[in-house]
Write a protein of this length. Structure first.
Length: 854
C-alpha cells in the first residue's frame, strides 16, 4: 500500500497518558499497557479505536476494568468498537526480544535489552496509535532479573525503585513531557556509566550519564565533552535549554542507524560514542561530536516540537542536521566542515536526486517510511534550512527559530509551519522558496560573466534548469541564493561578497565600477545545493585556486579544474594537464596555507564524483585516468611531498587542530608518494603503520598499503587483525579497508571475507563495513564480470529475511544501473531482477527494487 501526504487525517482518538509495565526477559517479555483514550472532539463519526500492531497478539484486553472481547485483529492492528468518549483500555502482549533480528521495537543486543521505535517500532512492543501526532504522558514500570539487568533505564526521571522476590528488581520512570511513541525508549542491562553534570544557564543541574559495557568506560570522554559543548551551544546560539534533571546516553553495538534521540534516553550505535586515539581516527572523533550534538539538538528540534506525520521528517532532520553542522563548524574549522558537508552531499544526495529513488525533501508518498531516512531528507533538507538562514541573515533567522519553537512547543508541526515561522519572524516572503519542499532533482545553474570595458560594468547571466530521474533538463524557477564576489584579475582582491538571488529561469545581474574583466567567484560557501556550470576557463579556475578568499570556493575551483581535465581524458577530448600541475605547485609553495586545508586542496575528486559528471559511466576508464593523474602529480612533486611528509611527523598525540592537520596532510602526501611508484613506498607506509601511536596514522598507512602488491600489505593486515580482533569497531575497519582496495582481486577477497569467522550478517556495522565499503569502491564493485552485483543481490536477499531496513540500504548502489555503460548496466539490472524475484521480500526491499526497475 502507498501512503500519501495529501491523505493526512487528524486522529479520531487521543491518548493523553499511558502506563506501561514490563516484565523483562531476553527471550520472553510481558508488556502490559493501560491507555487513557479520548475521542477527538472534532471526530465526525463514531470511528472505532485503531491501535497499530506488528507481530503482536493480545493475551488480554480490558476496557474500564472489565474483560472486553469486542475486538478484531485486522492486518495485525487491533480494532476496538468503543461507545462514548473516554475509556481506560488495558492490553497485555508477550514478545521475544531475542528473536527480533530487525532491531526495531524491543530487541536483545548481546545480553542487554534496548529499543528502537522510530519510525514505526513501538507497534512491535505494544498496540498503540503509532503515529507522531499522538502525544502522551508516559509512566513506565520495568522489572527484571537483577543479575542480568542491574541497570534499568527509561525516558524522563526515575521516581521509584525496589526489589521483589526471585532476585528481581524494578524501577518506575515518569516522563513529564508528552511525546509521540517513536520517542519511547527502554534499556536494561549490565552497564556502567561515565557520570558528569551540567548546569543550565538558568541554574538547573542536569545529571549526565553515558552507559557502556564495563571495559568501554575509558572510551567515553570525547562523547561526554561533546554533550556538554552541545548543551552550552544550544543555549548560546538558539536560546534552548535542557528540560529534565537527567540525560542518559546508552551505547549499543547492534543498531541499524547512527543514533536515536529518545526523550532523556538517547540510544547510540556504539561507533558514535566510543573513542580513544588508539582505536578511533580523527574522522571518528568528529563523527562522535557531530552525532552526539545531533541527537541532543533533537530535544528541541524533534522532541519539544515534533512532526505531524512522517512526510514532515525533514522538519526535524533537515533542521537538526543544519544545527549539528553549524555546531561542528563552531567547534573546529568552519571551512573544513563546509568542505566535508558538501562532499557528503555530493557523494550521497546528488546521486539520489539523479536516480530512480529521487524524492523531494518532503516526500509525497511512500510504502515504507524507513526508506526515507535519506541523504535527501537529511542533508539536502539541511541545505534548504541553510538557504533560509542565508536569505534572512543570522539575526532574523534566529527570530524565526524563536518564533517557531515558541509557537509550536508541545505540538506536532509541519514543514509549512516552519516556513511560516521564518516568514513571520524574519519578515520575509518565502512564497516561491517553498519549491524546495516539493521538487526532486538537483537544480543546474549556468553562469556566464561578461565585461564591458567602455562602461566599466560586468554582467552575470544566470540560467537554471532541473531534471529528476534522468529526464531531460527543463527550465525551472527555484529560489536560489548565490553568494558571489568579483575578484581583481591581478591581485585577487574584491570589494565584498554579494548575495544574488536567482528566482526565474534566466536572470542577469549588472555590477558597476569594474575597470578590468573580473574573475567570478560563485556559489561561495556552497550557498545553494546546485550543480554549477560556469564558463570559467582553466586559467580562471587556477587563479581562484590560489587567490579566492572564500575557502570553499577556493577548494571548489581546484576540484573543478581537476574534474574537467579528468572528464576530458575519459571522453577523449584534449585538455591541458600542465595547468593543474602549476596550480598544485602554487598551493604547495604557499606557506600561509593551513596544512589541513592544503590536504583538501590537493586531493583529486573521487571516482564516483567523476562518474556523476558523465552521461554514461565507465568505471575502469575513470579509474585509469584518475590514477594516471595521481601518478603524474606524485612524480612531479615527489621531493616536496617527502619534505611535507617529514615535517608532519607526529609528536605526542593531541586532538588540537595543528596535530590533526599534520596527520591529515601526512596521509595525503603518503598517498601521492605511493602513487609516484617509488621503490620505497611500501616500506615507508609500513614504517608509518608500525610506528603509529594513533589510528589515523595506522589507518592511513593501511589504506595506502591495501592497494599494493607488496608483502608489507599482508604483514600489516595480519598484524592489524591480531591486534584488534577483540574490538568490533576496529575490526570493522579491517573489513572496510580490504573491501575498498583497488586491487583487481577485491571481488574475490570480499567474497572470502563474507565467510570469515568474524563476519556476520546480524551486526549492521559489520555488514556495512564489508559491503558498503565494497559498493563505494566504484572500480571494483563495477567489475565487468558482474560478480560484484551478484554478490550484493545474494546478500540483500539473505539479509532481508533478518533485517529488511539494513538490506534495503544496498539497493541504491544497483539502482543507478541506467547510468552505466551497456554491459554493466544490463548486469546491474539482472541483479535487481533477481532480488525482485526472490520470495517473501520485505516492504522495505520491494519498494526500493520496484522503483529502481520502473
Ligand atoms: N531520528 C534518528 C536520527 O536522525 C534516526 C532514526 C532512524 N530510524 C530508522 N528506523 N530509520 O538521529
Ligand atoms: Zn536526526
Amino acid at each position: 500500500t502507498i501512503i500519501r501526504r495529501e491523505d493526512y487525517r487528524p486522529p479520531a482518538w487521543f491518548i493523553p497518558s499511558i502506563a506501561l509495565d514490563f516484565q523483562l526477559g531476553l527471550d520472553h517479555t510481558v508488556v502490559h499497557s493501560l491507555l487513557d483514550v479520548r475521542r477527538s472532539k472534532s471526530a465526525k463519526y463514531e470511528e472505532p479505536l485503531l491501535l497499530d500492531g506488528d507481530g503482536l497478539i493480545p493475551t488480554a484486553v480490558k476496557v474500564d476494568g472489565e474483560a472486553w472481547t469486542d475486538w478484531q485483529l485486522i492486518d495485525g492492528n487491533l480494532q476496538l468498537s468503543l461507545p462514548g468518549t473516554a475509556h481506560e483500555v488495558e492490553i497485555t502482549v508477550e514478545i521475544d526480544p531475542s528473536t527480533n533480528t530487525q532491531l526495531m521495537g524491543l530487541y536483545a543486543s548481546q545480553d542487554m535489552l534496548c529499543t528502537q521505535c522510530e519510525a514505526e517500532g513501538f507497534r512491535r512492543i505494544t498496540f498503540f496509535p503509532d503515529r507522531p501526532d499522538i502525544l502522551s504522558r508516559y509512566s513506565v514500570r520495568m522489572e527484571g532479573d537483577k543479575k542480568t539487568f542491574p541497570v534499568l533505564l527509561c525516558n524522563g526521571d526515575k521516581v521509584a525503585e525496589g526489589e521483589v522476590d526471585n532476585g528481581r528488581h524494578w524501577a518506575q520512570w515518569n516522563d513529564p513531557w508528552p511525546k509521540p511513541s517513536y520517542l519511547f525508549a527502554l534499556v536494561a542491562g549490565d552497564l556502567v556509566a561515565n557520570t558528569d553534570s551540567f548546569t543550565t544557564r538558568s541554574g538547573k543541574p542536569v545529571e549526565l550519564n553515558i552507559w557502556v559495557r564495563d571495559g568501554d568506560l575509558p572510551r567515553t570522554g570525547h562523547a561526554m565533552q561533546a554533550l556538554k559543548d552541545s548543551m552550552r551551544w544550544d543555549e548560546e546560539v538558539y536560546g534552548r535549554e535542557y528540560d529534565l534533571g537527567l540525560f542518559n546516553i546508552v551505547a549499543v553495538s547492534d543498531f541499524n542507524m547512527g543514533a536515536m534521540e529518545n526523550k532523556g534516553l538517547n540510544i547510540f550505535n556504539s561507533r558514535y560514542i566510543l573513542a580513544d586515539p588508539e582505536v578511533a581516527t580523527d574522522a571518528d572523533f568528529d563523527g562522535i561530536e557531530g552525532v552526539v550534538a545531533h541527537e541532543y539538538f533533537h530535544n528541541w528540534s524533534g522532541n519539544r516540537v515534533t512532526c505531524r506525520d512522517w512526510f514532515q521528517l525533514s522538519l526535524k532532520e533537515g533542521f537538526t542536521v543544519y544545527r549539528d553542522q553549524s555546531f561542528s563548524a563552531d567547534m573546529g574549522s568552519a571551512a573544513l566542515k563546509r568542505i566535508e558537508d558538501v562532499r557528503i552531499l555530493r557523494a550521497a544526495q546528488f546521486p539520489e536526486d539523479a536516480g530512480p529513488l529521487a524524492h523531494p525533501i518532503r516526500p509525497e508518498s511512500y510504502q515504507e517510511i524507513s526508506n526515507f531516512y535519506t541523504a535527501t531528507v537529511y542533508n539536502k533538507g539541511a541545505e534548504v534550512i541553510r538557504m533560509m538562514a542565508t536569505l534572512l541573515g543570522a539575526e532574523r533567522f534566529r527570530k524565526g527559530t524563536d518564533l517557531y519553537f515558541d509557537r509550536h512547543d508541545g505540538e506536532a508541526a509541519t514543514c509549512e509551519d516552519f516556513v511560516v515561522a521564518m516568514e513571520d519572524g524574519g519578515e520575509i516572503d518565502l512564497g516561491k522558496f517553498r519549491g524546495w519542499y516539493r521538487t526532486p532533482g538537483t537544480p543546474r545553474v549556468s553562469a556566464k560573466l561578461s565585461h564591458n570595458p567602455q562602461t566599466g560594468t560586468a554582467k552575470l547571466d544566470l540560467k537554471q534548469s532541473l531534471s529528476a530521474n534522468g529526464a531531460p533538463q527543463q527550465p525551472s524557477e527555484m529560489v536560489i541564493p548565490i553568494k558571489i564576489a568579483l575578484l581583481d584579475p591581478v591581485t585577487g582582491a574584491h570589494e565584498g561578497e554579494q548575495l544574488v538571488t536567482l528566482d526565474q529561469a534566466a536572470q542577469s545581474f549588472t555590477f558597476e565600477g569594474q575597470k578590468d574583466h573580473p574573475i567570478l567567484s560563485i556559489n561561495r560557501g556552497f550557498s545553494a545545493p546546485i550543480i554549477l556550470e560556469s564558463s570559467r576557463t582553466a586559467e580562471e579556475l587556477a587563479f581562484l585556486s590560489s587567490h579566492d578568499d572564500d575557502p570553499f570556493a577556493r577548494f571548489e575551483a581546484m576540484q573543478q579544474l581537476m574534474a574537467s581535465y579528468l572528464v576530458a581524458q575519459v571522453t577523449g577530448t584534449p585538455a591541458d594537464r600542465d595547468i593543474i600541475l602549476q596550480a598544485i605547485g602554487a598551493v604547495l609553495a604557499d606557506d600561509k596555507i593551513d596544512r589541513a586545508f592544503l590536504a583538501e586542496l590537493i586531493q583529486l575528486p573521487s571516482e564516483a564524483f567523476l562518474g556523476d559528471q558523465m552521461i554514461e559511466v565507465d568505471p575502469q576508464t575513470i579509474h585509469d585516468a584518475r590514477e594516471k593523474l595521481r601518478g603524474k602529480i606524485g612524480v612531479q612533486f615527489e621531493r616536496k611531498f617527502r619534505r611535507l611528509y617529514n615535517q608532519c611527523e607526529p609528536g605526542a598525540f593531541s586532538l588540537d587542530a595543528a596535530a590533526r592537520a599534520d596527520r591529515k596532510l601526512r596521509n595525503v602526501t603518503l598517498g601521492y608518494i605511493a602513487a609516484s611508484q617509488v621503490e620505497d613506498a611500501a616500506a615507508l607506509a609500513f614504517d608509518q603503520y608500525r610506528d603509529a601511536n594513533n589510528m589515523t596514522a595506522m589507518q592511513g598507512a593501511l589504506g595506502v598499503l591495501s592497494h599494493m602488491d607488496a608483502e608489507e600489505r599482508t604483514w600489516a593486515l595480519e598484524d592489524f587483525f591480531k591486534r584488534f580482533k577483540d574490538n568490533a569497531l576496529v575490526l570493522d575497519k579491517w573489513f572496510t579497508l580490504q573491501a575498498m582496495s583497488q586491487r583487481s582481486d577485491t571481488v574475490k577477497r570480499v567474497e572470502r571475507l563474507a565467510n570469515h569467522p568474524e563476519f556476520t550478517l546480524s551486526n549492521p556495522n559489520r555488514v556495512r563495513a564489508l559491503y558498503a565499503g565494497f559498493t563505494n569502491n566504484q572500480v571494483r564493485f563495477h567489475d565487468p564480470s558482474g560478480k560484484g552485483y551478484q554478490m550484493i543481490a545474494d546478500m540483500v536477499i539473505e539479509l532481508d529475511g533478518q533485517n529488511p531496513q539494513t538490506a534495503a540500504r544496498f539497493i541504491p548502489s544497483l539502482g543507478r544501473w541506467r547510468r552505466f555503460e551497456r554491459g554493466r548496466s544490463d548486469l546491474m539490472r539482472l541483479a535487481l531482477e533477481k532480488i525482485a524475484g526472490a520470495p517473501n521480500l520485505s516492504k522495505d526491499v520491494s519498494e526500493q527494487v520496484s522503483k529502481s526497475l520502473a
